[in-house]
Design a protein around this ligand. Structure first.
Ligand SMILES: [Zn+2]
Length: 403
């Protein structure tokens, strides 16, 4: 937005009266020009303030000036990019909340960037066409005396992002029986049960910060959203302990409850190796969620050779059934810091097991996570994983000679 400076010389205060879409990155020093882009016809406002340090008083004032003159009713998308906003949240709350309250049924995408007032949250969750909502700090509103029983909250929501400290409270709120099982009159079909309406039917993507907290309780709530194609919960474990508290049975519950998952991220595997999920969870998820293409999950490798052997050889009818069934399309399994200590003779067995679970494994069958991951496994474990990777490639060549 450097060309904003050109506007400084323009003779009018209203150079773009018909501007409909405003997208871009802006430096704090140029924020004072921003209000000149706000036209009465603005439908899309998507601005990221590019700052490495806190905005000064001038920056805050200019940004709030611009937000204050955004007309509400035509607005379809409002997205205020955040970076080191933590201290700014309270400063923008009033203006952004007031702007949100001016918006109406046209608004379908809201990333407020800062905390909204409870009044604004109450308004937002009733917007009829809102398909994407990213919340920052807000707690769920107290609707006990405000909403009638059959209100459908977030009726068109497709993608929801919740912040770490409030995730659990929000999922509890959204799973309130009052919303999940409205009376028949609320959906216009007297006498017909309609359990799956509103958010429990429309939500496809759920992104939850879970921080260092255990994930089990949060995920249990997320399983109510049966049509999810993306579920992301949590990030990295703390340095000194593993916060991943799911079991193989929990993985089975996820796999059975959310069969349409394409992307499942349950926190990045750490090097503690104390988690209770095992190789079995990988098979359960792959066999039940056949649309999966991205999977990040902890699995304990302490007894991985025995775990794989058992899956390959067991007579357990449930596992046998899973062994024969379809599989997901995961082409690369990120192991992040997962330790691995197996002897040379077991590397091929592990490769075989991984191919049984993920037959679509490709050029980089085992990865160590995207850029920005805090660390790889130990050097020894990395080498073993690389041996497994080579063994998978060899086995793939054997079975799939054509390039
Ligand atoms: Zn962990």
């Amino acid at each position: 937005m450097c060309f904003l400076q050109v506007l400084f010389r323009l003779p009018t205060d209203d150079p773009f009266p018909n501007l409909r879409e405003l997208h871009g990155w802006i430096e704090p020093a140029l924020l004072r020009f921003l209000h000149r882009f706000i036209s009465p016809r603005l439908t899309d406002f998507s601005v990221y303030v590019d700052t490495d340090d806190q905005l000064g008083c001038l920056g805050y004032g200019s940004l709030t000036d611009a937000i204050s003159v955004i007309p509400g009713s035509p607005l379809r998308k409002f997205s205020l990019g955040e970076y080191q906003w933590e201290n700014a949240s309270a400063k923008f709350k009033q203006e952004v909340s007031a702007m949100v309250l001016r918006c109406g049924s046209a608004l379908n995408y809201l990333n407020s960037g800062v905390e909204l007032s409870e009044q604004a949250v109450l308004h937002v969750i009733q917007l009829p066409h809102l398909h994407t909502l990213k919340l920052t700090h807000e707690s769920p509103p107290d609707i006990t005396d405000t909403f009638p029983r059959d209100t459908i909250v977030l009726p068109s929501i497709h993608s929801l992002t919740l912040a770490t400290p409030t995730t659990h409270a929000w999922l509890q709120f959204l799973n309130d029986l009052r919303w999940r099982h409205p009376t028949a009159t609320a959906v216009g079909r007297p006498g017909q049960p309609q359990a799956q309406i509103g958010i429990h039917s429309t939500l496809k993507e759920l992104f939850c910060g879970c921080g260092e907290e255990p994930k089990r309780a949060t995920i249990k709530h997320a399983l109510a959203f049966k049509n999810l194609t993306t579920l992301e919960v949590g990030q990295f474990c703390p340095n000194d302990r593993c916060s991943f508290d799911l079991t193989d049975d929990d993985a089975t519950a996820i796999a059975k409850a959310l069969p349409q998952l394409q992307k499942l991220l349950l926190g990045h595997p750490c090097r503690m190796n104390t988690c209770q999920t095992t190789f079995r969870s990988l098979l359960t998820l792959s066999a039940n969620c056949v649309e999966l293409t991205e999977l990040i999950v902890h699995f304990n490798t302490t007894n991985i050779v025995e775990d794989v052997k058992s899956l390959l050889e067991t007579q357990d009818p449930d596992i046998q059934k899973l062994r024969k069934g379809p599989r997901c399309g995961v082409t690369s399994l990120p192991v992040f810091m997962t330790p691995l200590a197996v002897d040379k003779a077991s590397v091929d067995l592990l490769a075989k097991g991984l191919l049984l679970v993920f037959p679509m494994l490709g050029k980089y069958p085992v990865g160590f996570g995207a850029k920005g991951a805090p660390a790889r496994p130990s050097i020894t474990a990395t080498l073993v994983w690389l041996h497994v990777r080579s063994a998978i490639s060899r086995l793939k060549d054997l079975h799939d000679p054509d390039p």
